[in-house]
Design a protein around this ligand. Structure first.
Ligand SMILES: Cc1cc2nc3c(=O)[nH]c(=O)nc-3n(C[C@H](O)[C@H](O)[C@H](O)COP(=O)(O)OP(=O)(O)OC[C@H]3O[C@@H](n4cnc5c(N)ncnc54)[C@H](O)[C@@H]3O)c2cc1C
Ligand code: SF4
Length: 543
């Protein structure tokens, strides 16, 4: 660190932390980023060129621990939503929902290192769910307040799209044209056309043209393993290099922040600095007048509660997670469905809650190859035989798998929250305890996704169903929100509309924990980054 003195400390190097860090540093503010994970080198760490790439998963260098709470008993009325595969049977044979994992990455770039690059704006309805539909909470800002930040992020990360959705008006075109649909998406589009559903290209932070000094995507579909070509716009290849170029930005990796220290300033708590552990377990204190927290919607509430910063008891409540179902089938035609970007098209027809009168919440669906990207997956999950019989089945069907998946709204409920566990990590700090309950709304959304998926697949001719995965009986959240909600009322929210804490002056939260509602299945990272840039503008005046 030499003699670098920080004006602002940013905790977490994911989509929530990186944009605010860049913006402040670009305006001459000295910024230090503390990131619990390490640094990934896309060319070396993402091994999509090796022969056994399909046997591997995302190459985590470090994982942050967490704990799980009570499992929800399953409602038998929805047992058709259970997860299963043809050769394995049901994945969860119990009558309770099973916790698998909170899918996240500790590293510079955050969980976006592992993401699929979907880059969605929220619809204008998502900002006023309480007023319009009587559910969740209204945001204290509107779509129009975020619009120019959405455009700014799309330009920096490089979003390819052609979407002209009317409830997401744009002031600027996408910086890149949409990707051409893969062959399998074209086949699904034909069935959607027959059924009267509108399939459109998906806006994605994946290069369709040379951009950011990078060649465009090669359509290997391996985004969740990490992109070895820097084509996927995760913050390690977008905002962080830009911040570094300013000369006003320092990064400490493997620096786990354990506590925010406050002082009394004019009768109110104000930031004094942060305590963190280095990789050798040595504790340090970094003085800071302004602290930005962006540890994600599970670790941010943990940090606040462990720092005894939860005066109104709202931190950790309003947790929202991923409502997800995927149904896979084999199509009579070979589609080469393993080629393309992972999610190149979307059907938004049910994203606006007013289209789903009985549910009052939104969802969207899309064609996918799911995990069927290599022959190994077919062999393990789709066929029962062994030896030559199995080999010939796999040869016969490889490239035929096609699925429809959907992601939907998750409404806050009193049984879904982050609290602090009795279990501790290696530093002796209590873990975050995740508890999630699906309400009737999420179950109805899953049921609607299931019905639409079956209808579209059957209309396309794909009627040999081989696999289903659903959050009805398994928890494996990728999109998490809401545990430090933004709002105007300090009694029922954690940060204000500028993302400054109601309780501690000069403390900001810029990750998905500030979302008052989750959106109708929209992917969150673009909104997180837009909010982070917007908070930087406010912080610039303050710092
Ligand atoms: C498989 C997968 C696919 C996904 N696909 C998409 C997609 O296509 N589009 C999309 O928009 N979203 C997608 N997401 C979700 C997206 O990745 C997250 O919403 C987003 O990364 C959240 O950003 P964040 O900054 O809030 O948190 P994170 O990205 O999780 O970043 C938090 C960072 O803070 C660090 N940290 C945590 N605690 C501490 C601490 N105490 N001290 C220091 N550092 C700490 C962590 O190490 C981490 O690097 C996907 C996620 C997964 C896992
Ligand atoms: S599909 Fe494109 S963006 Fe995704 S890993 Fe392959 S090259 Fe990278």
């Amino acid at each position: 660190m030499n003699s670098f003195k920080a004006d602002v400390v940013v905790i977490g190097g994911g989509p929530g932390g990186a944009p605010v860090a860049w913006r402040l540093a670009s305006k001459g503010i000295k910024v230090v980023m503390l990131e619990a994970g390490g640094h990934y080198n896309p060319y070396k760490d993402y091994d999509l060129n090796s022969k056994d790439w399909h046997t591997k998963r995302f190459p985590h260098k470090k994982k942050l621990d967490y704990d799980f709470g009570v499992a929800q008993p399953l409602d038998k009325k929805y047992s058709h939503l259970k997860s299963w595969a043809k050769s394995k049977g049901k994945f969860n044979k119990s009558n309770k929902r099973r916790y698998l994992s909170y899918q996240s990455v500790a590293g510079l770039g955050g969980s976006a290192l592992h993401f699929q690059g979907e880059a969605h704006r929220l619809s204008s309805e998502a900002f006023c769910m309480k007023t319009k539909f009587g559910v969740a909470s209204d945001w204290p800002i509107k779509y129009e307040d975020l619009e120019r930040y959405y455009s700014a992020v799309e330009k920096i990360v490089g979003v390819a799209g052609s979407d002209k959705l009317t409830n997401r008006p744009r002031s600027k075109p996408y910086p890149m044209p949409a990707h051409e649909l893969s062959y399998s998406s074209k086949v699904i589009k034909e069935s959607c056309d027959k059924l009267g559903y509108k399939l459109t290209p998906n806006p994605v932070a994946i290069l369709s043209r040379p951009y950011r000094n990078n060649a465009p995507c090669n359509y290997c579909s391996g985004c969740v393993w990490g992109c070895p070509r820097k084509d996927k716009g995760s913050p390690d290849v977008t905002f962080i290099p830009l911040a570094t170029q300013t000369g006003n930005f320092r990064i400490l990796i493997n620096a786990f922040v354990s506590r925010i220290e406050t002082k009394n300033y004019e009768g109110k708590k104000s930031c004094k600095g942060v305590h963190y552990f280095d990789d050798n377990g040595k504790e340090h204190f970094l003085e800071a007048n302004h602290v930005v927290i962006a540890c994600g919607a599970v670790q941010t509430p943990r940090l606040l509660i462990n720092s005894e910063l939860n005066q109104n008891g709202v931190v950790g409540k309003n947790f929202m997670e991923t409502t997800f179902l995927e149904l896979m089938a084999l199509h009579p035609k070979r589609l080469d469905s393993y080629r393309g970007i992972p999610i190149d098209s979307v059907i938004w027809d049910w994203n606006d809650p007013s289209k789903n009168k009985e549910i009052n919440a939104g969802f969207r669906i899309y064609p996918t190859a799911g995990n069927a990207l290599s022959p190994l997956h077919y062999a393990k999950y789709y066929f029962d035989g062994i030896g030559e019989e199995l080999t010939s089945e796999v040869q016969r069907w490889f490239g035929h798998a096609i699925g429809i998946a959907g992601i939907g709204e998750f409404l806050p409920n009193k049984d879904t929250h982050i609290t602090i566990s009795e279990k501790k990590d290696k530093f002796g700090l209590p873990l975050a305890k995740i508890q999630s309950y699906n309400s009737e709304t999420e179950l109805k959304i899953l049921d609607s996704i299931y019905k639409k998926a079956k209808e579209i697949l059957e209309a396309s001719g794909a009627n040999i169903f081989v696999e289903q995965y659903s959050t009805y009986d398994l928890f494996a959240a990728t999109h998490v929100f809401g545990t430090c909600k933004m709002g105007n009322n300090p009694e029922d929210s954690v940060v204000d509309s500028n993302l400054e804490s109601h309780e501690v002056k000069n403390m900001y939260i810029t990750d998905a924990s500030v979302f008052p509602s989750s959106g109708g299945g929209d992917a969150p990272s673009l909104t997180i980054q837009a909010l982070s840039l917007r908070a930087a503008d406010y912080l610039l005046k303050e710092a």
